[in-house]
Design a protein around this ligand. Structure first.
Ligand SMILES: C[S@@+](CC[C@H](N)C(=O)[O-])C[C@H]1O[C@@H](n2cnc3c(N)ncnc32)[C@H](O)[C@@H]1O
Length: 423
């Protein structure tokens, strides 16, 4: 990474300022154009630098604490954080220190702090690099750690933190032939049918991208559509569908699929994905609550805290504080109730969230079963290749956690339940 120049580093600092200072998600900041002026290589570098610094944040802060009497302003602190991360990854000290000193010296408000940046980063270069591996695996912020320890126990949470600290692999869902996709991409075919590559490269340059033989989707995220097991000729409603990973799985089964999402921009991505893969589905930009009709099968991938995706989005624990989760939990409940009105008698529905919080999974299903005596949970549907019986929960859902599947390189957190409406 020694060729990272000033623009990439300056933009990485800006990303951290927005995430840590303004509570924005990295996807929002990038979506708003933060990296638009960079060339593609610098854009990728800025994003990688910010992402990996966030992944290591607690370690970085522990090292910096030893050399700071009080914390400087956010931008200066973030320059120190990124510089520290780079130094501890073995980057040449002179390059990192000079770059960060130059960036801060040109800053309108904090230019006078360039001496501090120089002094602190030199101390990190002297001592921090050897201390780095002795520091503990970074912990989640306590607002999230506490409820997770309460739900899954301290040992499981340490396992999750270990998974979050490791760089995430790239998972592909094959359109049809998993062995052929694994061979073409040099990936490994996982027991659930996804193909895993150790590291993400340039996705659009990989074999099979242009011909639409696969799409990027975490192995855990590919399980809900497999549990729904759509059949040729069935009418299937995919609620909250964008960007469309599950829509493509459903469409590949030969079912007649209607994909619904409230976001026109995200729905555009579903349409593009369908074109690339040569699959077909009706796409509808609409609020779930405005959808009418009767379907044989429904997949409801409700909006949630996304706490299961921290491995790939280490910005989330820093951008959020949990204050929005109550509203999401209430929305999920209302979505389940409305989705069940769209299910024909005897039909089946998969409810899922990429959350680690039982309130967005196990508890939702327990309460839905109480509200809807005509609905039951179908455990047998969870019995799909690669699914471990140990993942099945008391109320009959499937709990996927990032600390599980260590032998395969872990997976995202997800909750999945199959519901059946009585005929
Ligand atoms: C977890 S993501 C869906 C991921 C998607 N199922 C996939 O596999 O690619 C949740 C989606 O819910 C959509 N959404 C949120 N509120 C909605 C609503 N009231 N009606 C329809 N879609 C909604 C968001 O735009 C977002 O795309």
């Amino acid at each position: 990474m020694s060729d990272i120049g000033l623009p990439a580093r300056r933009s990485a600092i800006y990303l951290l300022d927005q995430i840590m200072g303004e509570g924005k998600l990295m996807s929002e900041v990038i979506g708003a154009g933060a990296l638009d002026r960079l060339d593609p290589a610098d854009r990728a570098r800025a994003q990688r630098l910010a992402t990996e610094t966030l992944r290591s944040m607690e370690r970085v802060d522990r090292l910096l604490q030893r050399h700071l009497q009080k914390y400087p302003a956010t931008t200066v602190r973030n320059a120190l954080r990124i510089g520290t991360y780079e130094l501890c990854q073995g980057e040449a000290a002179h390059g990192v220190v000079n770059a960060m000193v130059t960036i801060i010296s040109k800053h309108k408000r904090y230019g006078h702090l360039k001496g501090l940046v120089n002094a602190v980063l030199r101390k990190v270069a002297d001592k921090g690099v050897e201390q780095w591996p002795t520091l503990r695996i970074p912990r989640l912020p306590s607002w999230l750690r506490k409820p997770l320890v309460q739900a899954w126990g301290a040992e499981a949470v340490v396992g999750m933190e270990t998974a979050f600290f490791a760089t995430s692999p790239l998972d592909l869902t094959p359109k049809s032939d998993g062995v052929a996709v694994a061979n073409a991409t040099g990936g490994v075919l996982l027991p659930t049918g996804s193909v895993r590559l150790a590291e993400a490269g340039q996705v659009s340059a990989m074999p099979g991208f242009t011909s639409g033989d696969w799409w990027v989707q975490d192995a855990a995220a590919a399980i809900p559509a497999r549990v729904l097991d759509a059949q040729q000729g069935e009418t299937v409603l995919d609620l909250c569908a964008a960007p469309g990973g599950k829509t493509m799985q459903l469409a590949a089964s030969g079912a007649t699929v209607t994909a619904v999402d409230i976001s026109p921009g995200r729905m555009e991505r579903v349409a593009q994905n369908l074109i690339r893969t040569g699959l077909s589905a009706d796409t509808l930009v609409a609020d779930v609550f405005d959808v009418t009709g009767q379907y044989d099968a429904i997949l409801l991938d409700a909006p949630c805290s996304a706490t299961g995706t921290i491995r790939r989005h280490p910005d989330l624990p820093f951008a959020k504080d949990g204050s929005e989760f109550g509203a999401l939990i209430a929305l999920q409940e209302r979505m389940i109730d409305h989705a069940l009105t769209l299910l024909r008698p005897g039909g089946r529905m998969v409810f899922c969230t990429c959350s680690l919080l039982p309130d967005e999974g196990e508890v939702q299903v327990e309460e839905a079963l109480e509200r809807h005596p005509d609905v039951s949970v179908e455990r047998a549907a969870l019995n799909r290749p690669g699914n471990d019986a140990a993942w099945i929960t008391e109320e009959g859902g499937l709990r996927l956690r990032p600390d599980l599947w260590a032998e395969h390189g872990h997976m995202d957190g997800f909750y999945i339940a199959a519901l059946r409406k009585s005929p």
